[in-house]
Design a protein around this ligand. Structure first.
Ligand SMILES: NC(=O)c1ccc[n+]([C@@H]2O[C@H](COP(=O)([O-])OP(=O)(O)OC[C@H]3O[C@@H](n4cnc5c(N)ncnc54)[C@H](O)[C@@H]3O)[C@@H](O)[C@H]2O)c1
Length: 250
């Protein structure tokens, strides 16, 4: 196949689906991976150039099967976007070990497993990995001990992967989105939280799925051919504001 192939996890909705659509528009073919079969089939059915793969990326055996299925279908992988993620916002003392493990299993273990399984294919194409972390991995906060820690680990995992895979021509970068109104975010963002984000973000608004997808596409593309090991916050400036008190604005 002439087209480049992107494997995108968590592609049934939100940022993953927007990335799949943008990459299709840019001429890529896309393997859309998600564990939610109904939503995945509905999202992919009218997307020409995309194929759906229903797998849970937190399960090592399923990741092995998924990688084999994608390669059997497309023959190669040029880019992996580790986007699948889960969130659970609760205070430290109320975070059960089961909840901690569930967050780590998808956000961290899944990112490790999918990347590892794709390495032989990426060596052949001298391809790229883009890991999706979060501003919660860059700045600590209340209510996200598991989520924030998993995303900080994804940031470091990116640097580990970039250090080791560079000699094979494989680039590995990370995008840290600011708040985007997806199902994941809206499950935990009250109106108070939405208003406070608007105050704290220099651009004074949430991002769109498409704006995050543009950063991901860039890092997958040849335009980023000398960029590896980098952490790109697509966050309206949130990470830049060390003392970002709204009261300090004129
Ligand atoms: N929305 C935001 O505000 C925001 C901010 C920062 C970072 N992020 C990150 O962006 C990524 C995408 O988030 P979103 O907001 O689009 O979420 P979303 O909930 O809309 O979509 C996530 C998708 O991942 C899938 N998924 C979850 N666990 C999976 C697993 N183990 N195996 C396969 N598929 C799985 C879900 O079924 C869902 O379709 C996540 O990694 C999230 O942490 C989101």
């Amino acid at each position: 196949m002439d087209k480049k192939i992107a494997l995108i996890t968590g592609a049934a909705r939100g940022i993953g689906l927007a990335t799949a659509k943008l990459m299709l528009e840019a001429g890529w073919a896309v393997a859309m991976v998600d564990r939610d079969g109904d939503e995945l089939r509905a999202a992919s059915k009218d997307l020409s150039g995309a194929k759906a793969f229903q797998f849970d990326i937190s399960e090592p055996e399923q990741v092995a099967e998924m990688t084999a299925a994608v390669l059997a279908s497309f023959g190669k992988i040029n880019a992996v976007v580790n986007n699948a993620g889960v969130a659970d916002f609760s205070p430290l003392e109320a975070t059960s070990f089961d909840s901690w493990r569930e967050i780590m299993a998808t956000n961290l273990d899944g990112t490790f497993l999918v990347s590892q399984a794709a390495i032989p294919a990426l060596k052949e194409t001298r391809g790229a990995i883009v890991n999706i972390a979060s501003i919660s991995g860059l700045r600590a906060s209340t209510l996200r001990v598991a989520y924030g820690t998993s995303k900080a680990a994804v940031i470091h995992l990116t640097k580990q992967q970039a250090s080791e895979l560079g000699e094979f021509g494989i680039r590995v970068n990370c995008v840290c989105p600011g708040p985007v109104k997806t199902k994941l975010a809206m499950a935990v963002h009250s109106q108070d939280i939405i208003d406070a984000y608007h105050d704290a973000i220099p651009l004074n608004r949430y991002g769109s799925e498409r704006e995050i997808a543009e950063a991901i596409l860039f890092l997958c593309s040849e335009k980023a051919s000398y960029v590896t090991g980098q952490i790109l916050a697509a966050d309206g400036g949130f990470d830049a504001t060390g003392v970002g008190l709204p009261a300090l604005r004129r």
